[in-house]
Ligand binder design. Structure first.
Ligand code: ZN
Ligand code: ZN
Ligand code: ZN
Length: 95
């Protein structure tokens, strides 16, 4: 995560990410999505923790709110707007 001496779930740069980005990070470092420790997967997780919000075997920090799916949509919209801007400002566009 970062080079400071703390665990991933107390890392400010991890906590400021959206749950989806956190999940990507956790998967990238092959950590368990239930306890955020490395060296095992959630299937082998001995932790009794479950998500406080939906009781899935996934730490609450990685809980993705189903009502909160507009993040990806707004990103896509931004990309489209940038592309349109590029097209209108330059006649040749790489978009
Ligand atoms: Zn950190
Ligand atoms: Zn685990
Ligand atoms: Zn959950």
């Amino acid at each position: 995560m970062c080079k400071k001496d703390h665990s991933i779930y107390s890392c400010p740069s991890f906590l400021e990410l959206s749950p989806g980005d956190r999940l990507n990070r956790v998967r990238k470092i092959n950590a368990c999505t239930n306890c955020l420790r490395q060296g095992h997967t959630v299937k082998d997780c001995k932790s009794k923790f479950t998500c406080r919000k939906c009781s899935n075997r996934r730490i609450s920090l990685l809980h993705i709110n189903k009502n909160n799916t507009n993040e990806d949509i707004s990103r896509t919209t931004n990309t489209i707007q940038i592309c349109r801007f590029a097209i209108s400002s330059k006649s040749t566009s790489t978009c």
